[in-house]
Ligand binder design. Structure first.
Ligand code: RB5
Length: 142
C-alpha cells in the first residue's frame, strides 16, 4: 500500500516508529513532515496528508500528534477524508470495515508504541465491507 504519514513535533518519535513498522511490512511510506522537534502546527501536516489521500497519491494516511485528536479534527475538514482516532484494535478494524476510514490518527502522548503498532496493523489489514456501509458512508459528505 502507498501510505502518506505526517506528524507535528509532539508526534515525531511515534511517527518515525510507525513509518519503520509499515516499511518492514512492505508498505511504501511517504513522510510529509515534520522532520525536526521544533514546534509546528498540526493542521498543516494534516492538510498535507489529506491532500495525498484525496488525490489518490496515497491509498491511506497516518497522522500523529500529542493525542491524535487535533489531527483527526483537522483532517476531517478536508472533503473525502474520513479520519479516525481509535484507541483499541476492535475499533480500528471496524473503522476500516464499516466507516471506510482512510486516515488513522495516533497520539504519542496517549498511546504506547506497541499498542499503536497493533492498532495500525488492525486498520491496515482490514478492507471496507461496502454494502449497507457504503450507503451510510455516502450519506456523510454534505
Ligand atoms: C501540541 O502540543 C499538541 O497540542 C498537539 O500535538 C496535539 O495533541 C493536538 O491535538
Amino acid at each position: 500500500m502507498q501510505i502518506a504519514i505526517g506528524s507535528d513535533h509532539a508526534g515525531l518519535r511515534l511517527k518515525r516508529a510507525m513509518k519503520a513498522h509499515m516499511e518492514a511490512l512492505g508498505h511504501e511510506v511517504h513522510d510529509v513532515g515534520t522532520f525536526t522537534e521544533d514546534s509546528t502546527d498540526y493542521p498543516d501536516h494534516a492538510r498535507h496528508v489529506a491532500e495525498r489521500v484525496i488525490s489518490g497519491e496515497a491509498d491511506r494516511g497516518v497522522l500523529v500528534c500529542g493525542t491524535g485528536h487535533g489531527m483527526a479534527i483537522s483532517a476531517n475538514k478536508h472533503r473525502g477524508v474520513r479520519a479516525v482516532c481509535p484507541l483499541d484494535t476492535f475499533s480500528a478494524r471496524k473503522t476500516a470495515a464499516h466507516n471506510d476510514a482512510n486516515v488513522l490518527c495516533l497520539g504519542e502522548r496517549t498511546t504506547g508504541e506497541g499498542l499503536a503498532a497493533d492498532i495500525l496493523d488492525a486498520w491496515l489489514s482490514t478492507s471496507f465491507e461496502g454494502g449497507r456501509h457504503a450507503r451510510r458512508v455516502d450519506m456523510i459528505e454534505p
